[in-house]
Design a protein around this ligand. Structure first.
Ligand code: HEM
Length: 327
């Protein structure tokens, strides 16, 4: 969450140090309410849901999330105006010698005349929501799989070492470094095959259509179970086995392009997939450079990792590993 705060909004959310972070806590509450409605489907009928106490909680959480993002927009507006004044009065700041990359919020504010405040707020909520929980869950699961596959972790470590062998082992990775992390990319993809952070997506059928021998009426809502699709033995030889070689280029080419869709597919697929891959490679390579991961007594085998699903995958009893410094 801190990463998406910095990159999309240029803001320090400090979400890990704050126990009751307004956005994070209320987002989690909304996800729970969403899951509650799905598992008690009569509450999907708006009139019934509005009679339940959860409706009140939902409104309250939404209000607090709106308040949080409104505060960020307001702060950015003031900063942007201040910056503009500095530019008019002549550039005193040494940073002015180069054009800093604009954050998403700065781009939206620059187009304020084309977008209402509510639209801007909602776009930001979408990006913060879609961009924090998914990568956080995926990063946890990648580390978990590395802990449970020491041979794979060793290869990842060697690959990283060879990339950083130019003397400064502690420098942050560059974009070029991240492109060289081919094996790590396969590990990330294989983890997202077994544990897609978004395990299910929904689509509404616009026009009546056939799927195989089944007639699907217009307006039907179809659930696409990404989690199950990724375990299809027709697409993967030993589907439950963790095998990063499932993502060797030749193996990928031999598969149906939609046999692997952790970021969904088609026109409404994930807009953050490239960002997500860079984020995950940065986070995992940074961690593996400094730490060795092994199974925790709290979860000695992958089978003991208990998962459920709200909007994204949820860990029922946490996702534990043992961490040792490599130094
Ligand atoms: C491992 C990380 C991620 C995974 C597995 C993931 C997965 C997905 C999936 C499956 C969808 C389609 C949802 C649906 O069809 O209902 C989606 C949509 C979306 N994702 Fe991601 N995502 C990830 C990271 C990100 C990041 C980092 C961002 C933002 C920076 C992001 C922004 C979005 C947005 C805005 C949408 C909605 C797109 C639309 O409806 O047109 N995602 N994502």
């Amino acid at each position: 969450m801190d990463t998406i705060g910095r990159t999309a909004l240029g803001e320090e959310f400090n979400s890990q140090n704050k126990e009751n972070h307004d956005f994070r806590n209320n987002y989690e509450r909304l996800a729970e309410i969403f899951a509650y409605r799905i598992s008690n489907p009569w509450f999907l009928i708006s009139s019934l849901f509005s009679l339940s106490s959860k409706k009140h909680e939902q409104r309250n959480s939404q209000h607090l999330m709106h308040k949080f993002v409104n505060g960020v927009i307001q702060k950015k507006k003031v900063e942007t105006n201040e910056k503009a004044k500095t530019m008019i009065n002549g550039c005193r700041d040494e940073d002015c010698s180069y054009q800093k990359v604009k954050s998403l919020i700065e781009i939206l504010l620059a187009n304020e005349h084309q977008i209402s405040h509510e639209e801007m707020r909602d776009e930001l909520i979408t990006i913060i929501s879609a961009g924090h929980e998914t990568t956080a869950k995926a990063n946890s699961l990648i580390i978990f799989m590395l802990a449970h596959h020491q041979d794979v972790q060793q290869i990842v470590y060697q690959e990283i070492n060879s990339i950083f062998s130019d003397g400064n082992l502690n420098r942050p990775p560059t974009y070029e470094d991240l492109q060289k992390m081919e094996y790590l990319e396969r590990v990330i993809k294989e983890t997202m095959r077994l544990y897609p952070a978004v395990p299910l997506v929904l689509r509404q059928v616009e026009n009546e259509m056939m799927i195989g021998k089944y007639l699907i009426p217009a307006d039907t809502v179809i659930a696409i179970p990404i989690y199950c699709l990724h375990l299809n033995p027709q697409s993967y030889k030993d589907p439950e086995k963790f095998n990063p070689d499932n993502f060797l280029p030749d193996v990928c080419r031999s598969r149906h392009p939609y046999a692997y869709i952790p970021f969904s597919g088609g026109t409404r697929n994930c807009i953050g997939m490239k960002y997500a891959m860079l984020q995950m490679k940065t986070a995992i390579s940074t961690l593996v450079r400094s730490y060795r991961f092994s199974p925790s007594e709290k979860c000695p085998t992958p089978k003991e990792l208990k998962l459920s699903c709200t909007i994204a995958l949820e860990f029922i009893n946490g996702c534990y590993v043992k961490i040792e410094s490599r130094k």
